[in-house]
Design a protein around this ligand. Sequence first.
Ligand code: NAP
Ligand code: MG
Length: 496
Amino acid sequence: MTVQARIQTLQSGFLARPQQLYIDGHWQAAQSEETFDVFNPATGQVFAQAAAGASADIDLAVRAARRAFDSGPWSKMNGAQRTHLLWKLAELISANADELALLESLDNGKPLGFARMVDMGGAPEILRYNAGWATKLTGETIPVSVPGEHHAYTVREPVGVVGQIVPWNFPMLMAVGKLAPALAAGCTIVLKPAEQTPLTTVRLTQLIEEAGFPPGVFNLVTGLGEAAGKALVEHPLVDKISFTGSTSVGKSIMAAASRSLKRVTLELGGKSPTFIFADADLDRAIAAAAQGIFSNAGQVCVAGSRLYVHRKVYEQVLEGITQRARQLRVGPGTDEGTEIGPLVSAQQRDRVMGFIESGRREGAQVLVGGDSPDSPGYFVNPTVLAQTTAQMTVFREEIFGPVLSAMVFDDEDLDTLAERGNDTPYGLAASVWTRDISTAHKLARKLKAGSIKVNTPFGMDFGLPFGGFKESGIGRENGHEGVLAYTETKSVIIGL
Ligand code: NAP
Ligand code: MG
């Protein structure tokens, strides 16, 4: 089937029905019956409507999740039963991956092949990885020193009802990345997707229903951050909030959560540095630096947006990246051969173009891009800014678009280099390219970031803890730590 034919099948199938909320095992409109428009970022056209859930819907969803946790079937199931359900969901996502990828491409704008490989390829693997943890959340027996004879041990209990709020850059992958460890740990969930990209989470929820998760275990409330998101964060029956998004909203969530001491995991923004040394494998470093800022149109929290290159190879590296930027095909995500899709929204495009303008004003040199193609979608051409300084706005703020800011370094010592890299409120990721093993290890130690990549473009894996230092967040997702974040430790001591 051609992509056009597949789009028509979606339009007469999934997209023909109004998108609803999923609460306590039932599909329903918002209590207010209000909806909001969903845009195709490649055309700027509205192509779907989603239910505008708000505080009344959040309240219903949280109460359903509470029941399913406190007295319902979920807390009575054993780990193996949860494992089976998570595996079943993984199989269903794999079986529907082509349709989901198309939906993601239409909703978010990202290239179809990328959505198929990265988003829909990754989601089932995250589920399978976390499915394994459901039977392996163990405590310890601990020798104690109080007087008398005792048996003491710890148990890991699920934290309870979890509110999960996800952004629009990897809508399906982020949703699955949050729900998989939470369900493995035995929590129940109310999830709110971003208003720009609700569609794959609705389809995902249908698959959750099909997999046979009991009512109330997973609830979906689409809606606006200011309404549904805020109500979820403030709801007294929610035990934990897991949020991915901007640092400013993350801070407001932490403040709101402090009132009831809700647990929080926050994955926030970044302004991650890449260091390319003169002895690096330059072909690979250039390819990775370009991929690190241009893939997903730069809308990636770990995007390598600050580039530091040694003077000896600066020209060559910049020329290589600029060349790649020129060759990348920008277009609708559903067009064959597209490598860079549109940004997610008109607002995001304007924000990114505003940053580029500020770079020009403050004296940066635009080596390539810096403009938007003349078309109705929300496109921004891959952009490389040279002669940036550490004081420029483009070098300090998260742009979240395909915009690289480059700077040169000389033979300064590693402490000075690390200081330059660490000169930011963020601390999410950093990349180092060098063949000198000592330089690699020393910089990996000195850089204040949650994920350090050395000589590889791959920084994230479902087994590797992921999260931010400083204002890039609190807590870790993925790996053993990621699932433990959905548990409370209980100590039991028994006098014998
Ligand atoms: P955002 O406002 O932080 O949105 C992330 C999620 O939080 C969305 O689901 C959003 O709902 C929700 N939300 C917004 N306000 C809320 C509130 N008061 N209480 C609870 N939930 C709330 O991010 P954005 O406005 O879409 O993007 C702005 C910038 O954030 C980007 O340019 C980028 O720099 C950064 N960002 C970072 C990441 C990341 O992965 N770290 C992801 C996305 C964006 P709505 O969709 O309805 O607003
Ligand atoms: Mg927003």
